[in-house]
Design a protein around this ligand. Structure first.
Ligand code: LLP
Length: 421
């Protein structure tokens, strides 16, 4: 892990590429991703036997291709994600499997694809065992277990405990094994993911729960997955996770199981946010600055259609200003919002929708504003709300920029719609 990033209030470039030039070339808003940051984060996790990227965090096929080239395998949660993984060159076979389907339900399309391509399944509901067993008896599966507790940066990203819909309840393992027996299905892998954006104290509790769940399943288990959930730093006060310590806890769990089972156990991790969050920047232009009572608003050409995390979770993203001319060196307290017709379209808000002010460099209309640590769950959750065109994504690699998704057009928006006679 590198030294802690300090967030700077001004920024002119990303990985050596000038942001004003990118804006002049591609217009605003746009996302850009610094590939070297993704590579650094992958390297942090190399002690694990397999790094399975949770592509829901950022699923552009160019990003998938780059992580694949680093030896990373992938998780897919839908027919679309299976398709993306295959388009980026992942294959379901191999050890570890290049693609694993992880979900709490099969829809008809995903079940068809799983069977057609023989994609290993990480089962999150008992019914999935029967549904798979009917069409693919004799399969080997993973069980995603809900250990009865969870934790996330928001209640909406906590995936454990009785309020969560995720996984197989830890007291129902035996029931699931009986269902599996009926179809000759064997449980060869065990998985737990208690939430996203959690912390090491909560993650550490998973190890004990994993060990007992594996002992209940028995010696067929060959692989365990620690799931995702690794936090990243969004502000100065956030701490970096100690990956060595985290690996140590899981390595001990793996060793305990190896001793009990008498065979080797492979240890996987399934990060989304950790691999891509810091690589991403949403670059927008300040289009209006206005005073509303005591609040000064910077209004951008990007809104929650581009980055939904603040409105969804009150999530904090560091913000910097990229001045067109020079900076005045002064700062002011501002609220940062977007162009959408909804008052929740505010990037500086707290959980519950409370508008917060941020101390930012003084800026003018036409300056760029950069929402940082926006590689994870950012473009991936973008929408066409207000019929906004989703913005381009740009990859920055070896000092050069490449468009990996173009800006949408009106034709793109309308091409799926029909006016009946
Ligand atoms: N594995 C499973 C089964 C998951 O459901 C998830 C995330 C991950 C791995 C990856 O978790 P990560 O390493 O990224 O924490 N939209 C929210 C996050 C939702 C996470 C969903 N599942 C956000 O913007 O914070």
């Amino acid at each position: 892990m590198d030294t802690q990033t300090t967030f700077s209030p001004t920024r002119t470039e990303v990985a050596g590429v000038d942001l004003q030039e990118l804006a002049a070339q591609h217009g605003t808003p746009f996302y850009c991703y610094d590939v070297s940051k993704i590579e650094e984060r992958i390297a942090d996790l190399k002690a694990f036997d397999a790094i399975r990227y949770a592509q829901k965090a950022c699923s552009n096929i160019a990003i998938l291709d780059r992580v694949r080239r680093q030896g990373v395998v992938v998780d897919a949660v839908s027919a679309g994600e299976i398709g993306r993984a295959m388009a980026a060159g992942f294959r379901p076979d191999g050890d570890p499997a290049g693609i694993v389907y992880t979900a709490d339900v099969f829809d008809a399309q995903s079940l068809d694809l799983v069977v057609k391509h023989n994609i290993p399944v990480n089962v999150g509901s008992p019914d999935m065992v029967d549904q798979l067993g009917e069409v693919a008896p004799g399969s080997e599966i993973a069980l995603r277990i809900n250990p009865g507790f969870g934790h996330g940066h928001s209640q909406k990203t906590n995936t454990g405990g009785p309020q969560s819909k995720h996984g197989i309840w830890h007291e129902q393992i035996n029931d699931v094994l009986r269902r599996a027996d009926k179809y000759g299905i064997m449980v060869t892998s065990m998985h737990m993911h208690i939430g996203s954006g959690t912390d090491i104290e909560h993650l550490a509790q998973v190890c004990g729960a994993m060990e007992s769940a594996c002992l209940e399943v028995g010696r067929t288990v060959k692989t365990i997955s620690a799931g995702g959930g690794l936090p990243v730093r969004y502000q100065e006060s956030d701490e970096s996770i100690d990956i060595d310590r985290y690996f140590g806890l899981w390595d001990q769990t793996r060793r305990n199981l190896e001793e009990k089972f008498g065979h080797s156990i492979s240890l996987e991790i399934e990060p989304g946010r950790y691999l891509v969050a810091e690589s991403g920047y949403l670059v927008a232009e300040i289009r209006a600055i206005k005073q509303m009572g005591e609040n000064t608003f910077y209004l951008l050409d990007a809104g929650f259609n581009d980055l939904a995390r603040p409105i969804l979770y009150g999530a904090y993203h560091p913000i910097s200003v990229c001045h067109r001319g020079g900076s005045t060196g002064t700062t002011q307290e501002v609220v940062v919002g977007g162009p959408l017709c909804e008052s929740g379209d505010i990037f500086t808000q707290q959980d519950g929708g409370f508008v917060a002010r941020r101390q930012l460099p003084s800026a003018s209309v036409g300056d760029l504003l950069v929402l940082e640590v926006a590689g994870a769950y950012s473009y991936a959750m973008a929408s066409n709300y207000n019929s906004k065109f989703r913005c381009p994504e740009i990859l920055i690699e070896d000092g050069t920029s490449k468009v990996i998704r173009r800006r949408e057009t009106l034709d793109d928006l309308l091409s799926l719609e029909t006016i009946p006679e």
